[in-house]
Design a protein around this ligand. Structure first.
Ligand SMILES: *Cc1c(COP(=O)(O)O)cnc(C)c1O
Length: 226
């Protein structure tokens, strides 16, 4: 059960985050509409998400296919123009389910998943926009293709698999300056003529916007601690 004050909280936080995004855009001499706020609602229930929907917010992110499939069908019936982004790892056995519930897949992180998605887009007729995840920190435990393999992966996804690649996504290492990772992602995108850059979370989205983010994925600053 949510108390009314928790709802006020989410709305206040959402407005504040939007203001901070606008300020960061001004500093970076960019117009605000070029940055899409993906409100990351993972681990929060429908009661906590609905106030943001009622306030007109429409772009949300979830990191688990099962959790999204449990939570979002009802909310999507209520708010049909919602755009739901998958931002977490996708297993090939969940691809069919993911394509049904999500509108954008931000975490295409390996060839096997890219191929499975291409097949599912063909059978379902739902050709979702995707982002390719780059492991900019080259962390062994983290998903994403290595920077050195990025150009070939982008080419494979676009040309051989016919995916609608909007851009690239990264999650910088927790203990490093994020700016160098954002700059690296921007550089890889630019040399491949990709417009979309999904980078920046609650702690570093202003820096990400300075460096060209088109999508920021923000959870804690809107919905609170998980
Ligand atoms: C949870 C998550 C976020 C949001 O992180 P916050 O620090 O809560 O803003 C962003 N991106 C990914 C991939 C996540 O899993």
């Amino acid at each position: 059960m949510e108390s009314p004050s928790e709802h006020t909280d989410v709305l206040k936080n959402l407005l504040e985050v939007k203001n901070l995004i606008n300020e960061a855009c001004k500093r970076a001499v960019r117009s605000a509409p070029t940055v899409t706020l993906v409100a990351v609602s993972k681990f929060h229930d429908a009661g906590r998400i609905r106030p943001a929907l009622k306030a007109g917010h429409r772009t949300f992110g979830e990191n688990r296919v099962q959790e999204a499939s449990d939570k979002w069908p009802d909310l999507k019936r209520e708010f049909p123009d919602v755009k739901l982004h998958l931002i977490g790892p996708l297993q090939t056995n969940k691809v069919k389910q993911a394509v049904m519930i999500f509108d954008v897949i931000e975490s295409v992180d390996r060839e096997k998943v890219a191929r499975a998605l291409a097949r599912e887009f063909e059978t379902s007729g739902r050709n979702l926009t995707v982002f390719l995840q780059i492991n900019t920190g080259e962390e062994p435990q983290k998903a994403g293709v290595l920077p050195a393999d990025a150009d070939a992966f982008i080419k494979l996804c676009r040309e051989e698999l016919g995916l609608q690649v909007e851009g690239l996504m990264c999650i910088p290492p927790a203990d490093e300056e994020p700016a160098m990772h954002f700059a690296l992602l921007a550089k890889i995108a630019a040399r491949n003529d990709l417009q979309g850059l999904s980078m920046g979370m609650s702690g570093d989205f202003a820096t990400a916007i300075d460096l060209g983010a088109t999508h920021v994925r923000i959870g804690t600053a809107i919905f609170g601690q998980r």
